[in-house]
Design a protein around this ligand. Structure first.
Ligand code: AMP
Ligand code: GLY
Length: 413
């Protein structure tokens, strides 16, 4: 079987790595992919959002299964176009993906179907939003109502910060549209619950926890994620069962009732508050870097799993009891400005998985080529063992312009 994976980062590399283990898969393409995947996949120079070229390629190569990584491809209608011509593709249609691409859609769905989440109001007018916030308590959360590459959420601690954010989002139009959600601030441990979904059928994967801040101790700016681990023992089995029943299944069923049934990976970004578990956000695709620590725990053949979900067949997932922990090596300066093209050495002979997030190869040597560059993923019988192994491997990688967090997993240790 021939597979095409759409994407270019660590998540895409982890999906390819899992597919490569399938006995049925003979060839894998990555579009556009990155150089670190070349030993497993053939790179195809097509952008994630170029639906026409991607579809042409899939037809020409007679691709048996396509997997969509990033939300921008979903929003561009990749799945709709493939389905129209009867090509097998894993991911939701553009309208079902609105659960991620439109925060307003997600929020109003949750309100209508009583799915627990922070209370909110939507604004398009700067002065109205400011007047509302003046009567609220701080901190308060301001969210841009659309895709903003993880930069669309600001937790404002005072009126000045809130005003600046509203100005940027509604007047200066930082992200190109102009509507925001103002949301109640919630507190508690966060976790990511990813489920394989076809209509009302919902299969949970093991949970993971992302680390969004740049530096140890959750200091520094928000990033795309500096590491993750699975399992997350501070969240009980009972909590997970509650979340699967009352959040994930309810949402899948709500999407069916709304006429936008979901097939693919539904990601719940959840928080365990003192008032119970609530939704912080939904994503319509695999989480990054959660995928890099979860897929290595799945023992079932992932090609079969994807096909069965698409076809609506029952699945029986086999999951390893081992803990996994991933540490991201990022360019100094990330998530702000950073330089590229630094030599990376000692990538071989590490006792961990190394997924490439942003590297380039020149004359057989790897160089940095992005903000997040690599993720090393270790497993162990305990979380501590996985953490020690991952940190040791990250320290062995030589590159003068990379940094990483040493405390991934600390909330569960
Ligand atoms: P999102 O992009 O919606 O996942 O938000 C990014 C991060 O902002 C989340 O992982 C949370 O840590 C934080 N956040 C978002 N919404 C809230 C909220 N209502 N209360 C507290 N923190 C939030
Ligand atoms: N780890 C959060 C995300 O994938 O959006």
């Amino acid at each position: 079987m021939k597979c095409l994976v759409i994407g270019r980062g660590g998540r895409c590399h982890a999906i390819i790595d899992a597919l490569a283990k399938s006995k049925k898969v003979t060839q894998i393409f990555a579009a556009p992919g990155n150089d670190g995947m070349r030993n497993l996949a053939t790179l195809v120079n097509i952008e994630e959002t170029d639906v026409v070229k991607m579809l042409d390629f899939a037809k020409k190569e007679k691709i048996d299964l396509t997997i969509v990584g990033p939300e921008i491809a979903l929003e561009a209608g990749m799945v709709d176009a493939f389905k129209e011509v009867g090509l097998k593709i894993f991911g939701p249609t553009a309208s079902a993906a609105m659960i991620e691409t439109s925060k307003e859609f997600a929020k109003s769905l949750m309100m209508k179907y009583k799915i627990p989440t922070a209370s909110y109001r939507t604004f398009t007018d700067y002065l109205e939003a400011l007047a509302y916030i003046k009567n609220q308590s701080f901190p308060i959360v301001i969210k841009y109502n659309g895709l903003a590459s993880g930069k669309g959420v600001v937790i404002a601690h005072n009126l000045e910060e809130a005003d600046k954010t509203l100005h940027e989002m509604l007047i200066e139009d930082f992200f190109g549209d102009s509507s925001v959600l103002v949301e109640e601030y919630l507190e508690g441990p966060e976790f990511s619950l990813m489920c394989l979904v076809n209509n009302e059928m919902v299969y949970p994967l093991p949970i993971a926890q992302d680390h969004k801040r740049a530096f140890d101790g959750d200091k520094g700016p928000n990033t795309g994620g500096m590491g993750a681990y699975s399992n997350v023992d501070i969240i009980s089995q009972e909590d997970i069962e509650y979340a699967v029943e009352n959040i994930m299944k309810k949402t899948a069923s709500a999407l069916v009732k709304e006429g936008v049934p979901f097939t693919g990976l539904l990601y719940g970004g959840l928080m365990k508050t003192c008032d119970g578990i609530k939704v912080i956000e939904f994503n319509a695709r695999f989480g990054d870097p959660e995928t890099e620590v979860i897929l290595p725990r799945i023992k079932s053949d992932l090609y079969d799993v994807f096909c069965d979900i698409i076809d609506g067949n029952k699945i029986d997932l086999e999951i390893s009891d081992d803990y996994t922990l991933g540490v991201v090596l990022a360019s100094k300066g990330y998530p702000g400005k950073y330089e590229k093209s630094f030599l990376i050495e000692n990538l071989d002979d590490l006792d961990v998985k190394v997924y490439h997030m942003g590297t380039k190869i020149k004359e057989g040597k790897f160089y940095t080529a992005g903000g997040r560059v690599l993720i090393v993923v270790a497993s162990g019988k305990t979380l501590k063992e996985a953490q020690t192994k991952a940190n040791e491997a990250a320290s062995k990688i030589k590159c003068e312009n990379l940094f990483f967090r040493h405390d991934i997993g600390y909330k569960s240790l």
